[in-house]
Design a protein around this ligand. Structure first.
Ligand SMILES: Nc1nc2c(c(=O)[nH]1)N[C@H]1C(S)=C(S)[C@@H](COP(=O)(O)OP(=O)(O)OC[C@H]3O[C@@H](n4cnc5c(=O)[nH]c(N)nc54)[C@H](O)[C@@H]3O)O[C@H]1N2
Ligand SMILES: Nc1nc2c(c(=O)[nH]1)N[C@H]1C(S)=C(S)[C@@H](COP(=O)(O)OP(=O)(O)OC[C@H]3O[C@@H](n4cnc5c(=O)[nH]c(N)nc54)[C@H](O)[C@@H]3O)O[C@H]1N2
Ligand code: SF4
Ligand SMILES: [Mo]
Length: 722
């Protein structure tokens, strides 16, 4: 008999509300839940194939242990935990806690991220690494220099203008447009008069729906943003009252952007001066709405400066909520708080003198982690600080991080590599133990991540007070565990006293997942019992929660002229112009490689599911039809793409959304490691062989140039690709 149950999809962070048909303890069909108040039945192709992920023939149904000959054998999870705990005890005794590291990946739920971090702290190790430092760490770092407006920003719902930079929400479910059916959101809002401005080198799905598209040259957003800010200031289009009452550093900003004249901006960014000015005027003329951004802005060098300019632009145009306004999302699962029309001054997230140093490139521990930049070197380089054991939780760093070859060499060098995943990822294949995990429909969960993400990144979560609790829908009859059980199981065996969310965790009595959530949700604005008792997603509005007045004595101001950022901007103005794709005069590069997200996958997730691979089973190298002709190429041809740091092979595809001189490709493809060189039609090409941590990286969190990367493209004849 088929039974239909409500849940939410966790293939990506959008958490769409779904209905799942279950037959004999197996998911057989997944569709959107049309009754949900905010998703309204929306899903994407990945979500509709969630059942194929759960029932995948290659799914690992028990923990795998590596044999000396490199093959794997199934063992029980309890035995694996005994063995891992024993090995770890030896490493900790011989080397100390810093030798044990953790990679927190993008496939993890909030609970697993929380407990894995708590466990690492409990064993005394600072060696936490995650995708954040090769993603959008620029956002919290920039905010720490600018300050935080306690009441939050204008929501999308009542916006009359929106500016989207380096983000493509209709594909990524990220970047500032609410992630519940962003396609429809944009169309409906534009019908209501919204003016959408998109800044992206590519005519993306969002750019096609914009009123103004600034097709910036990759890597030149600092100049473009400075030009927009200059236009707004020079023409007196800023919110003078807000600036006077709440802002500092305005004169420094005005002086620093003064040299970014429209002509200079046009010459450097390829955006016509008049169009840049029109975008600035259109944005400033709006009363509601804001500028938001995605990875395209942050993966260039100077991501922090870019995000700082985004904040400055929002601030000088007064895009923050004022006293008396209703708080759009006063949170549901996070604790309730007051929302005030005042600035919270933050401690700048610059590595402190006292912070632990990595041994490489002057990078330090910051914001609770070491930069991904140094992970491979910390493993490979002998010394008392050397990392000898690594836990990979819901990530695949063997393909997702730059300096691919060095990362693979490092992982092979570890004494203990433990990965928890549902499949044999590239990292799993290099591991000593691969702990088989439960998948989303097999565990209870809550929609807390979108609330927490909004706190950290300023957008990306819910803009309305929505929450959804789902019980586990399926009870697997094979030996899979949840991530938290791995870390609890180690603490239990190694007698490590630990806390969970700041409260002592009993390491002798194992709670259930639901009981763990009870601990996690203590203090939620709406009692967790009420949320748990509700089937499906629901809104928990409270119109009485309004932005309150500034507290007496709270006189901090939002800072739009932070010294270090102004210095960086002056440095940008001093850079030589190259005209072409090269960064330095005299270098020869024909194209800049830019990042891209593909609808069918979420980073490396989905590449294993045949139903998702019908259009592309690899990541094409998208080029403009003009460039294809100029290079003597046809769609389907094989090319070599070479940066200063490495070369890959790929399959070209014609794409008229890509401008000439640009190549657009998705990351986290290529699988592994021991593959034949020419399997890129099956497995894709790993762009992280082109990116290097060694130069051109952010000095605060080590993120290298991952977009706007100069490359050359060459046709390869006679290469057979599988
Ligand atoms: N060149 C280049 N590199 C990039 C980027 C880029 O744009 N260009 N983007 C960067 C960004 S933004 C990110 S976030 C990182 C991502 O880097 P990672 O987080 O390291 O990579 P993912 O592919 O997201 O890995 C997710 C893993 O989780 C597994 N998984 C899925 N569901 C579950 C589950 O329920 N439990 C467990 N335990 N595992 C699960 C998947 O099988 C997959 O192996 O990559 C970064 N790397
Ligand atoms: N379907 C799908 N969804 C995903 C993912 C996925 O792999 N697939 N990955 C998830 C992850 S981990 C993340 S972090 C988010 C990211 O979400 P987004 O940041 O929205 O990611 P993208 O869709 O790649 O959009 C980035 C845009 O930046 C543009 N860009 C590249 N270089 C430049 C530049 O120099 N300047 C400017 N102005 N723009 C530039 C690209 O053309 C692209 O359109 O998406 C998440 N959602
Ligand atoms: S956008 Fe797609 S993958 Fe993401 S949660 Fe919704 S259905 Fe799942
Ligand atoms: Mo990401």
């Amino acid at each position: 008999m088929i039974e239909t149950k409500k849940s939410f999809c966790r293939f990506c962070h959008a958490y769409c509300a779904i209905e799942v048909d279950i037959e004999d303890n197996r998911a057989v069909e997944v569709r959107g839940d049309a009754s949900d108040p905010i998703y309204g039945g929306y899903t994407c192709i990945k979500g509709r194939h969630l059942d194929d992920q759960h029932n995948h023939p290659d799914r690992i149904r028990s923990t795998q242990r590596r044999r000396p000959d490199g093959t794997f054998e199934a063992i029980g999870s309890e035995q694996a935990l005994d063995e891992i705990a024993a090995k770890l005890t030896t490493i900790l005794e011989e080397r100390g806690p810093r030798a044990v590291a953790l990679w927190g990946g993008a496939g993890g739920a909030l609970m697993s991220l929380s407990i894995s971090g708590d466990w690492l702290r409990a064993i005394g190790s600072p060696s936490f690494y995650s995708g954040a430092t090769i993603d959008q760490e620029a956002k919290p770092v920039a905010q720490s220099m600018h300050g935080k407006w306690d009441a939050g920003a204008h929501p999308f719902e009542d916006a009359d203008t929106w500016m989207l930079i380096g983000a493509n929400p209709v594909i990524s479910m990220w970047g500032g447009i609410p992630h519940q059916n962003p396609w429809k959101r944009i169309n409906d809002a534009r019908k209501g008069g919204l003016k959408l401005i998109v800044i992206d080198p590519r005519k993306t799905e969002c750019a096609k729906r914009s009123d103004i598209h600034l097709q910036v040259k990759p890597g030149e957003d600092a100049t473009l943003l400075a030009g927009i800010i200059r236009t707004i200031i020079e023409e007196g289009l800023y919110d003078a009252d807000f600036v006077q009452a709440n802002v500092q550093g305005f004169e420094e900003l005005r002086e620093t952007v003064a040299d970014f004249t429209p002509d200079y901006v046009e010459e450097r960014t390829n955006v016509p001066a008049a169009l840049m000015q029109e975008a600035a005027r259109t944005f400033a003329a709006g009363q509601r709405g804001r500028v938001t951004s995605g990875t395209g802005l942050d993966m260039q060098p100077r991501g922090t400066l870019h995000e700082y300019l985004v904040l400055a632009l929002n601030t000088i145009t007064g895009r923050w909520l004022r006293e008396g306004e209703e708080v759009p999302n006063p949170y549901v699962l996070l604790p309730g708080r007051t929302w005030r029309a005042q600035t919270e001054e933050l401690d700048p997230l610059l590595p402190k003198d006292s912070a632990l140093e990595s041994r490489f490139r002057g990078l330090k521990h910051n914001d609770g982690q070491f930069p991904a930049n140094v992970l491979a070197d910390e493993i490979l380089t002998p010394g008392p600080e050397q990392v000898r054991a690594l836990f990979v939780m819901a990530g695949d760093p063997a393909v997702s991080i730059p300096n691919h070859d060095r990362v693979v060499e490092a992982f092979k060098n570890l004494e203990l590599l433990v990965t928890i995943d549902w499949r044999m990822s590239a990292t799993a294949k290099l591991s000593h133990y691969v702990v088989a995990c439960k998948l989303s429909l097999e565990r209870p969960d809550v929609t807390m991540l979108p609330e927490a993400v909004a706190e950290t990144y300023g957008h990306g979560g819910y803009t309305v007070p929505y929450a959804h609790y789902t019980p586990a829908l399926i009870e697997p009859d094979f030996d899979v565990i949840q991530e938290w059980e791995l870390f609890w199981g180690l603490a239990h065996r190694m007698r490590t006293p630990m806390t969970f969310r700041g409260k002592p965790l009993d390491i002798d009595k194992k709670l259930t997942s639901d009981e763990m959530f009870d601990v996690m949700m203590e203090g939620s604005r709406i009692p967790f019992e009420e949320i748990k008792g509700t089937r499906g997603g629901r809104l928990y509005p409270d119109a009485s929660i309004r932005v309150e007045a500034r507290e007496p004595g709270k006189d901090a101001r939002l800072n739009v002229g932070f010294g270090r950022m102004m210095e960086d901007l002056r440095e940008v103005r001093g850079e030589p112009l190259t005209g072409g794709a090269a960064l330095e005069p005299g270098e020869e590069y024909s194209h800049r490689l830019i990042t891209r997200r593909m609808r069918q996958v979420f980073n490396g997730m989905g590449q294993q599911i045949p139903e998702l691979m019908e259009k592309y089973s690899y990541n094409p190298a998208f080029l403009s039809p003009f460039d294809l002709r100029a290079l003597g190429l046809e769609a389907g041809d094989i090319v070599e793409i070479a940066s200063k740091h490495g070369a890959i092979r790929g399959v070209v595809e014609s794409d008229d959304t890509v401008p000439s001189g640009v190549i657009s490709m998705a990351h986290s493809w290529g699988d592994s490691v021991e593959r034949e060189e020419n399997t890129f039609r099956t497995w894709g090409s790993n762009t992280n062989k082109l990116v290097s941590f060694d130069e051109d990286f952010d000095p605060i969190y080590g993120m290298p140039r991952m977009t706007s990367l100069p490359v050359n493209i060459r046709k390869l004849e006679g290469v057979e690709a599988g």
